[in-house]
Write a protein that binds this ligand. Structure first.
Ligand code: F6P
Length: 333
């Protein structure tokens, strides 16, 4: 019978626990032994692991975070670290390692695959959705929801004062979260890395839209959703740029790590459950160094490098909808 190990690595994401649960249950059914390394790749290097059985699954599907804890592991980025990990996996007689994580975790997994003969299966877990080969990543839907309801709340106070708010949304170097949060919360403008020309061009557009809206409706609130890591010097930079255009009294809000927490929404639980189950169904096959994903509602396997080689494009229909909504107001005047 097989010995399977699982770990969660990099930024935690709602639904990681749901995925661990699915893996535990599927392993139990197949009669595989399952251990969980704690703190991402650190646990693999330190031999810090726990055994996972059905006892661990109670009330797990709805819990945010990850019961295995996570980390970004510097030692694992070195060759020595990878050698040590491979040795430890052999010592623990592991046949299959399942890694739930994002881009950094998969790069680590690919390097490990060059040194270790066992089977490596990745499962995409990140709120950023910036992983190629899968329509969505575990945690992404919950994060959109969290950002959306936060922006809804900002809207209440923005309306009360007819104020301009800048809301920074996570996403690392991708605009998935920002675009979809902006669209679902009916924000007035969105700044995403995929379409960022220059601060000057963007600020000119933002200012003309604020003016156009105000000319049309009088004093109204205006919410700009800004993806992180795009604007030089972040929300402070944008606040200053607006001041140069005589737009003052702007309030910045950074949503931050709130977006990583909370009980996963149904879509994340479903994705986590199907991908966890699918990964275990591959245990013992000769399919290795891949990520399992879902494309058009079908499970797929993707060679690990394909998950980071080409930046996944934003959903075109969503982009068009956002652009139309932004331009419509603009053209109305
Ligand atoms: O990858 C998930 C993420 O939350 C990104 O959106 C963000 O850029 C980053 O992690 C933050 O990392 P940390 O938790 O290490 O500050």
């Amino acid at each position: 019978s097989k010995r399977v190990a699982i770990l969660t690595s990099g930024g935690d994401a709602p639904g990681m626990n749901a995925c661990i649960r699915a893996v535990i249950i599927a392993c139990q059914k197949a009669n595989y032994t399952l251990i969980g390394y704690k703190h991402g790749y650190n646990g693999l290097l330190q031999q810090e692991y726990i055994s996972l059985s059905l006892d661990s699954t109670h009330n797990l599907i709805q819990q945010g975070g990850t019961i295995l804890h996570s980390a970004r592991c510097e030692e694992f980025k070195t060759r020595e670290g990878v050698f040590k990990a491979a040795k430890n996996l052999d010592k623990a007689e592991i046949d299959t390692l399942i890694v739930i994580g994002g881009d950094g975790s998969f790069r680590g997994a690919e390097t490990l695959g060059e040194e270790w003969d066992g089977q490596i299966l990745g499962i995409p877990g990140t709120i950023d959705n910036d992983i190629g080969g899968t329509d969505a990543t575990i945690g992404y839907f919950t994060a959109i929801d969290t950002a959306m309801s936060s922006i809804d709340k900002v809207r209440d106070t923005a309306d009360a004062f007819e104020r301009i708010f800048l809301v920074e949304v996570m996403g690392r170097n991708a605009g998935f979260l920002a675009l979809n949060a902006a669209l679902s919360a009916a924000a007035d403008y969105v700044v995403v890395p995929e379409f960022f020309e220059s601060p000057d061009v963007e600020v000119t557009k933002i200012v003309s839209q604020i003016k156009a809206q105000r000319a049309l409706k009088g004093p109204v609130s205006f919410i700009v959703v800004v993806a992180e890591n795009v604007w030089p010097n972040g929300l402070n930079g944008l606040t200053e740029a607006l001041q140069h255009h005589h737009i003052n009294d702007v309030r910045p809000v950074t949503l931050g790590h709130v977006q990583r927490g909370g009980s996963p929404v149904a879509q994340d639980r479903l994705l986590a459950t199907t991908l966890g189950e699918f990964a275990v169904s591959l245990v013992g096959s000769d399919i290795t160094n891949i990520m399992v994903g879902e494309v058009n509602q079908r499970p797929v396997t993707v060679p690990l490098p394909k998950t980071w080689e080409n930046a996944k494009p934003l959903n075109v229909a969503r982009v068009d909808a956002m652009l139309t909504l932004m331009n419509e107001r603009y053209n109305n005047v």
